[in-house]
Design a protein around this ligand. Sequence first.
Ligand code: DGT
Ligand code: CA
Ligand code: CA
Ligand code: ZN
Length: 600
Amino acid sequence: MSNAEMVRLLEQYADLNEINGENSFKVRAYRNAAEAVASLGESVAARVEAGEPLTDVKGVGKEIAEKLTVMATTGRFPQLEDLAKKVPPSLIELTRVKGVGPKLVQSLWRTLGIASVAELEGAILAGKLAGLPGVGAKKLEAVQRGIEAYHRNVGRTRLGEVDFIVEPFLDKLRAVPGVVRLEVAGSYRRRRETVGDVDLLAATNADTASAAITHAFAAYPEVAEVLGSGETRSSVRLKNGIQVDLRVVPEDAFGAALLYFTGSKAHNVALRQVALDHALHLSEYGLFEGGADPDRPATPGSAGRRVAGRTEEEVYARLGLDGVPPELREDRGELVAAAAHALPDLITLADVRGDLHMHSTWSDGRATVVQMLEACAAKGYEYAALTDHSKALAMTGGLDEAKLARQWEELDEVLAEARPRSSEAPAGRAGVTLLRGMEVDILKDGTLDLSDEWLERLDIVLVSVHSHFELSQAEQTARVVKAVSHPQVNVLAHPTGRVLGERDPYAIDLAAVFEACLANGVAVEHNASYQRLDLSDVNLMAAKARGVTVTLGSDAHSVDQLATMRYGVDQLRRAWLTSADVLNARPLAEVRRFLRKGRG
Ligand code: DGT
Ligand code: CA
Ligand code: CA
Ligand code: ZN
C-alpha cells in the first residue's frame, strides 16, 4: 500500500471517529499521523519490510504504528472497515459543507437518517431541520449558504493537493521505456489555484511504447477506476477522486498538442484567430498553411503543409509572438503583449529572498524558532519574519505582551548563540536575519490586539482578520481600513479570509482597502498557503494596478510548510507580477526601509 493511500485511510478514520463522537485527542492523533506519513520522504511499506520501527517517525505512536504495519503487509485497515459499518463514510462528505460540523452530522444521521448532501438539501426543503436541537434560523441559513458554496467547489481540487499525487505518478510514467516526453498540461500547468482534472500528454518513439504507457497508466496503484482506454487516450479516476486524462501524440506534434491541451480554452481561441490573421490554421496537430478548412479541425494529411508543431516556442514564433508562460494563458492581454515583445519578466521562486509570515511553537506552530530559522537558512533565505499569533486567538496560544517579552528573551539567546564572535556577520541563524514580528488580530472595532508600545518595538507588524467574518461589507471595510491606518502596521495578511473550497471571502471593498494601504505605506500579503492563496490572482492584478506593494508569506506552521511558497509564486506569476512588485524579492536594507515608512 502506498503512502498516499495510507494518508487517505488515516484521514477517513479520523473523520469517522470525530463524527462518532470519539475524544478529540484520538482524532487529532490520527490526523497528525496522516500528516506525518504525507510528509515522510520514504515509503512506509518499504520501511516495514526493512524492519525499521515506525515509531521513530515523529507523530506516529505505538498504536498507529501497528495499524500502519497491518496496512503495509495486508493492504487493509480492519478498524476502519468496522467503523464504516457503524458510521457510513458518505457522512464525511457532509462535514465538507461549511456550517455543518461533526456534531450536527451525527445528529442529522441519528435523528433523520441523513447521510448525503442531497438528502440534507431534501430535508431542508421539507422543513425537517427546523426544531432540531442547535438548529435555529441563523444556523439554518448558514447551512444553506454552505450548501451553495459546496456546489460551487465540488469537483475541483486545490493545486497543492494534486501535486502530491501527480508528481510520483509522473515519475512512474517517465520511466516507461520509449516515452520521450511526458508533461502535465491543462489548468495544472497554468497553475490555477484549483484544478478540475489533470491532463497528461506523452510522446513516444514507437507504437509499442504507446501501448506500454497506456498500460502503465491504467495499472498505477492509485487508480481506482479506468473510465476509458484506447490506443492514444485514456482516462482514470484515482482513489482520491481526481480524474486524470492521458493522451499520446507523435513527437513532431508534441508542441502543438501541449499548447492546445494547456489551454486555456480562451487563450486557444484567441491564438487560433492570430493564426487565421496570418493565413495559417492552428490545431492540436500543428500550425498549417494551405489546404485546411478553418471550420473543421485539421488532421495530419488533410491539412496542407505543417509549418510548426514540434515545440510551443516554434508555434508562437511562427505567429510573430514571444513564448507565453503557461501561467499567463488566460486571454487577459497576453497575446497583445507577446506580439509587442512586452511580456513581463515574471517573478520566480529563486527571486524570493525571505519569508514574511511564519509561526513557531510560541503560538500554534509545530516547529521551534530555531528549527524554522534553520529551515529558512537551508532555503538560502536572507531574512525571515517570525509572526506568531496574538492573544485574541486564544486557541492558538496567541501571545500577549508578557509572553511576547518572554519570546524576545529566547530570541536574544538564539541570536547570541548563532552570531559569530568578533564579526560583522548578520545576526541570525546561519546568516538568516530574523525580523521580530507578529500576526496581530484585527479586533471587531478595527483596533489591534497588542499595545502600541509593543507594536512600535516590532520589526514587522502583520494584521489580519480571524473573527467576525459575517460583518456587512461597509463594516468590514471600515474595520480593516482602520487597522491598516494604524501607523505601526506593515502588512495586511490574507486580505479576504478565503479558504479554498471551504470558506468564501468575507464581504469587503478591496479598492478602498488598497487605497488605505497605499496611503499608509502598508503592503498586502499574498498568503502562499495552498489552502488560502489569498489575494487571488485577479485581486493581485488589481493591487498591482493601484501600485500597492505585495508581500509573500508561507504562513508556515511547520518546517515542511515553508515549501508552500512555490504556490504563492505561481499565483503572483498568474497576476503578471515581477520581482519589482514584491517586497520580499528585495534586499534586506530595502525591506527595512519599507517597514520604517520613512521614519528613522
Ligand atoms: P480544469 O480541468 O477545469 O481545471 O481546466 P482545464 O483548462 O485543464 O480544462 P480541460 O481539462 O477541460 O481541458 C484541457 C485543455 O484542453 C483546456 O485548457 C484547453 C483544451 N480544450 C479542451 N476543450 C477545448 C475546446 O473545446 N476548445 C479549445 N480551443 N480548447 C479546448
Ligand atoms: Ca484539466
Ligand atoms: Ca481534461
Ligand atoms: Zn492568519
